[in-house]
Design a protein. Sequence first.
Length: 139
Amino acid sequence: MLENMVKEIVYFAAISISILSFVLIGTCTYNSVFAQGDKVQASIVYGASSLTDTAYSPNPIEASINQTVVWTNDDFTFHTVTSGSAGAVDAGKAFDSGLASPTALSSQGKTFEHTFDTPGEYPYFCILHPAMVGTVIVT
Ligand SMILES: [Cu+2]
């Protein structure tokens, strides 16, 4: 009788430990994949047309060297992710989702990505709504 109870407790403990280790290993694997993931997600928020420095989220976007930033248009209108500032001669030189290119953020759900291989601060804006501004900080 007592022996059966002990057996049951041992059995239960063994199952608990194996389930726990499964969960732990799963969590670790997930974390390492996440850390290796070289993409930073950013959003053009809903209603961005009427926003300024909150149109792109997060703002600023922080990235490490050689990380790729992915912008998703979560709004219902056409936007761009264009490096520099409105009217500057070098606007769009570093990166530009464009107005007609395949990367154009012409509708909801479209994405544009750029990999930053040099540290620095990269201001950017939307050609169609120049009040929309953001910064990528690469360290
Ligand atoms: Cu816009």
